[in-house]
Design a protein around this ligand. Structure first.
Ligand SMILES: Cc1ncc(C[n+]2csc(CCOP(=O)(O)OP(=O)(O)O)c2C)c(N)n1
Length: 246
């Protein structure tokens, strides 16, 4: 939340010009704690609400805060289509590898072989890569950061706010209580240190052997392109319709 506020400040976005939309999960209360336009929405439905808001108020900077379960499982289809439309939202996914709020059930980003109450013999499913999914679906700005580096996280969110189009910022986060405790990272500092040690900057991956990236989090801006933005195109259609043109 601190990174979001700092990024808004650095980008010169006044609180009345911002809208923060959260889902249900450990990051859900963020919209309630922030003094700007806010919506706390049902689990998995942040992006439909955010899309509606952006269409109705295209001048607002719309920031969406979501968990990995919220945006990749129940809200996975909304995620794909928001990316495909390239609507101007900044989606921050707090990826803590688990359904934290409800007790640690495995989520689409839980690493294979992890222990979870819903997988007492280890998870079978391979992990989703949120950033690869975002890029494949068409998001025009995709970045990854972690809770281990507030300055870096702030900058990734700021760049996402600056970008016109769908921005996805994955933030690798700690849930030492419901994930770490059963998967070798029992305390908050220890888990955050593990996250920090697993980071590899995007700028250096070219010179590293592929094996060196095994189990690592590549951080930084992973892709940025210019593509037509949805709400702006919609406004043009509305103008054409008003003028009776097809
Ligand atoms: C429609 C619906 N299904 C299920 C739930 C129960 N539920 C609340 S939070 C949550 C999981 C949250 O996991 P995630 O989105 O990864 O966020 P985290 O708590 O880990 O930050 C679930 C399943 C719900 N509130 N609404």
């Amino acid at each position: 939340m601190k990174a979001i506020v700092r990024a808004m400040h650095e980008q010169g976005i006044a609180k009345d010009d911002a809208a923060v939309i959260s889902g249900i999960g450990c990051s859900g209360r963020m919209s309630s704690y922030l003094d700007c336009n806010t919506l706390h929405t049902p689990h998995g439905r942040t992006l439909p609400f955010a899309t509606g808001l952006k269409m109705a108020r295209p001048n607002k900077s719309v920031i969406v805060v979501s968990g990995d379960g919220d945006s990749m499982a129940i809200g996975g289809n909304h995620f794909i289509h928001a990316c495909r439309r390239n609507i101007d939202l900044t989606l921050i996914v707090a990826n803590n590898f688990t359904y934290g709020l409800t007790g640690g059930q495995f989520s689409p980003t839980t690493p294979a072989q992890s222990w979870a109450p819903t997988a007492p013999f280890g998870t079978l499913e391979p992990q989703f890569d949120i950033c690869e999914m975002a890029q494949a679906a068409g998001a025009s700005f995709v970045a990854r950061s972690t809770v281990a580096n507030l300055k870096h996280m702030t900058e990734m969110i700021r760049l996402g706010l600056e970008h016109k189009g769908m921005s996805v910022v994955e933030v690798i986060s700690n849930c030492h209580v419901n994930y770490g405790r059963k998967n070798m990272h029992p305390e908050a500092p220890e888990m955050v240190n593990w996250i920090r040690e697993c980071c590899v900057d995007k700028e250096v991956i070219e010179v590293l052997p592929v094996e060196a990236l095994e189990g690592k989090f590549v951080v930084g801006v992973l892709s940025q392109k210019q593509r037509p933005e949805y709400a702006a195109q919609w406004a043009e259609i509305v103008e054409r319709a008003k003028n009776g043109r097809h």
